[in-house]
Design a protein around this ligand. Sequence first.
Ligand SMILES: [Zn+2]
Length: 468
Amino acid sequence: MLDPAPVNRLFAADALLPTGWARNVLLAWNPEGQLTAVTPDSVRPEGVPEVDGPVMPGLPNLHSHAFQRAFAGLTEFRSEQADSFWSWRTQMYHFARRLKPEQLEAIATWLYIEMLEAGYTAVCEFHYVHHDPDGRPYADDATLSLCLLRAARTAGIGLTLLPVLYQTAGFGGTPPADGQRRFIRGTDNMLRLLERLKPLCDAQGARLGLAPHSLRAVPPDALREALAGLHALDATAPVHIHIAEQTAEVDACLAWSGQRPVEWLLNHAPVDERWCLVHATHLSTQEIARAAASGAVAGICPSTEANLGDGFFDMPAWQSAGGRWGLGSDSHATVNAAEELMLLEYSQRLQTRQRNVLATAPQRHTATAMTLAAVAGGAQASGRAVAGLAVGQQADWVVLDARHLALAGLGAADRLSAHVFASHRTSAVQTVWVAGRPRVTAGRHGQHEAAAQAFVAARSQLLNEATE
Ligand SMILES: [Zn+2]
């Protein structure tokens, strides 16, 4: 018997389009996995399958350090009288020091499968461990980048690979510390890596960009030269940077330059729609207005920012300035798109003593408004056509389980609200499609079991080495 023709059309009674919830939507896509028609108020054509729950766009995860997934949950004890981001970083460096290529690949493969099962369909990997444990380049200098490309391919998640430029330990050219030796690259060396990776990324539909780690890790000349080199390679490539995550970083930047980090960046770099300002937690009123006007995306990582005690991002001010934003899971203490949305809204409620802070005039349902904003911002930061259920975008979506107890019997917008705010850590993600192919069915990825075992083995190896 011949194989049945591959599915390239689906019918959904409820689907979240960029304009809001629509009824009776017919989705069609081409063999490349790109949506060719999104038609509301349709009649289901004979033979076209109907999904049995509401369809929402897949969320791009705009900030990930994959290896940190194996470290999640291992720093939840007091190591100093006043534990902070900086004491956490010391422990993280200790962990990163031992990581081997095959361990990174196992950890990243499992992480990307977890992301798919949690409703993310794309990821931006901010990749800064480049060299061997002694700080020497591997025989193939791209070894660890290739592990990440393979992990994304195995899992079937969309990828934006952002090799990280890291040169100094602090503002003013402080030499790197021993724990940072695996991260360090000269600017020319970084540009050669990008040239090597570009065709490999193109071949698997991944996007290549660049991540100057932070202003404390990249001196001004290196930033300028690296951006010029990237521009020559791909004039629209994404640029991501950690900025203003910690008040100590803001103080150090002021002491060095007399300017706050975002202020300095806006004064010295061509910040525009290609840029993602990751964290951007501590901004002045003036920085908010200028950064929002630049068109850059604010990369907010609610679970990590809470876990590390970073502080609150001022969402009402950012949104009223017209700022764009998206979500990242960063250190992966949490890998759950719905939970990140909930944490972000709750952080704003606690700050403002109001409810439904991130609802908008056209989208009064908070979860709907946040999902649409995070998909648009995440797609922009990814530099890929993953901006939701619209013609020309990649066929990426999530079908929620209409029979999940939290969702059963509700209307579409309330189902998404229940998924985000009231599913009690039991996910309602049922099916996840990437580029027109189902990667997760009945809540599970096809390689869940094998990848989970490889992850646990890699983590155990790393921890056993730590105690030797
Ligand atoms: Zn980060």
